[in-house]
Write a protein that binds this ligand. Structure first.
Ligand code: CO
Length: 210
């Protein structure tokens, strides 16, 4: 893409909106109240708003390599805190995608420098599910399954963030795990049941009195 063309595109985009609604940008400047927090991959092919048909103001977005929710990443935790506590979003989505370069890199035993600690989040997902994953002979299927399991584990990480599980328990927020298939363009809801998954997640940390 020609970087100079971007400013021409921007002018066209402005007039397209103003043709339909004189107050479009005035209205946008007044504030946001999105109902969805979307956490997805930085991959240039997985365009968050475009594939969902969402307009500006509708989705609060965070993207990083392989849609990870580490419990020590101030960036993603701040986004989650702001979205849940202040914007009061109703839905939190973790969206992975097939053919994810981050997932692929995590499956290979290469030294990738600064990416190593980031990819370890995904390598840990592999370790947790290694019996299931190692039983899949076909490499592409194993890779795709790791994409799905990474979404599951990142949803669990999300659930474990205090403000999220409190909002979830109060029925204010629902958690969704999705996968985008680049080959077909399809967005797939993994239909994760956090009423079930959430139950017992904290039992390993706290011993209940008899
Ligand atoms: Co990716």
């Amino acid at each position: 893409m020609d970087i100079g063309k971007i400013f021409e595109n921007n002018k066209e985009w402005i007039s397209k909106h103003l043709d339909l609604d004189d107050h479009y940008f005035d209205d946008l400047s007044k504030g946001q109240s999105p109902e969805i927090l979307y956490i997805g991959c930085s991959d240039s092919r997985v365009t968050a708003e475009e594939m969902m048909g969402a307009r500006p103001g509708e989705v609060f977005v965070h993207r990083n390599i392989a849609n990870v929710v580490p419990n020590n990443d101030l960036n993603v935790l701040s986004v989650i805190n702001y979205a849940v506590k202040h914007l009061k979003v109703k839905h939190v989505v973790v969206c992975g995608h097939y053919y994810c370069g981050g997932i692929k890199a995590a499956m290979e035993p290469n030294d990738l420098g600064i990416l190593n600690p980031w990819l370890r989040n995904i390598r840990d997902v592999y370790r947790i599910h290694k019996d299931e994953l190692n039983a899949i002979d076909d490499e592409e299927s194993r890779y795709k399954r790791l994409v799905e399991l990474n979404v599951l584990e990142q949803c669990i990480n999300l659930y474990k963030v205090t403000e999220v599980h409190q909002a979830f328990d109060e029925g204010k927020v629902t958690i969704h795990g999705w996968v985008f298939d680049i080959k077909t363009g399809k967005l797939i809801d993994q239909k994760l049941d956090f009423e079930k998954i959430g139950k017992g997640l904290f039992d390993i940390y706290f011993t209940k009195e008899a």
